[in-house]
Write a protein that binds this ligand. Sequence first.
Ligand code: FAD
Length: 323
Amino acid sequence: MGRKVLVLAEVKDGNLRNVSYEAIAAAKTVSEGGEVVGVLLGESVRNLAEGLIHYGADRVVVVENDKLSNYSSDGFSQAFIAVVNEEDPEAIIFGHTSLGKDLSPKVASKQDAGLISDVIDVEVAGDNVVFTRPIYSGKAFEKKIVTDGIIFATVRPNNIAPLDKDESRSGDVSTLEVEIKDLRTIIKEVVRKASEGVDLSEAKVVVAGGRGVKSADGFKPLQELADVLGGAVGASRGACDAGFCDYSLQIGQTGKVVTPDLYIACGISGAIQHLAGMSNSKVIVAINKDPEANIFKVADYGIVGDLFEVVPLLTEEFKKLKV
Ligand code: FAD
């Protein structure tokens, strides 16, 4: 008994993304006592292997190649499929990130396998590994099992708790040489658009603004609150459409899906398309001057008031707690 499970680790700015540790935790459950193998792809990533082992990987396979310095579907799929062919795993777990969403179906189709995407929980029940995922924009949940072939899944960031870090753990780190050929796209330069700082999709705290924020300048108090809480700023589509902020901040059905520990919605009415991207947050606080606003229906705590008065007060109070 026990499965061999591959986990694609994601690297951002030279560091492992949190979702990599969460994927390892999911893989541990799926492995049922088998082996969890972390996979690192990049130009110079070997130094990160130990981190994966400290969070539960039993060993790590590294593919280093200058053609993997930036993500491309072509390059990463060639490298990852080479690892899959070498390792012959029974299950593969990705993060449900832009990268994971792009790469996982490509790899799964090459293995003639299905894919369970956007998983928020995994458990073993009898002979089955059961994956839970939201459907109908988070209004219901379905449980899925794989009856045949390789198990493929992507796990939504911030839902599956990583294992405790254990620096005494050790494991083998091996290198696989892969020739990357015929790249159809070559990334010359990456120009960052989103704000620096905490990654919105992985943030533990999100302070989001809507049309009620009224202008780009209106986002400043929200950024200050997010900074004090170590969080990220997000937005409704209403705010993005109005030109107050970049579309990379949009949360919702056609934006990012976030599940932070704390979501503070400021001047957001709570349209169903917005709720689709945040209603699974652990604690929701809504600030809105309209007591009838729909956002209060999903909020754990509601503050009826002007966000330009309430947000700075919250920032001051949280600053006091930090001292
Ligand atoms: P509004 O609905 O205009 O709400 C503004 C709120 O601010 C009001 O409740 C008001 O009471 C409050 N307010 C005003 N001033 C203050 C103040 N000073 N203090 C406190 N409160 C104040 N929307 C998304 O967000 N994400 C999506 O991904 C998305 N996808 C969509 C996809 C489709 C196909 C469609 C049709 C729509 C989509 N929308 C999406 C748009 C969605 O329907 C709403 O139009 C949008 O979410 C409204 O944004 P809002 O809440 O910021 O603005």
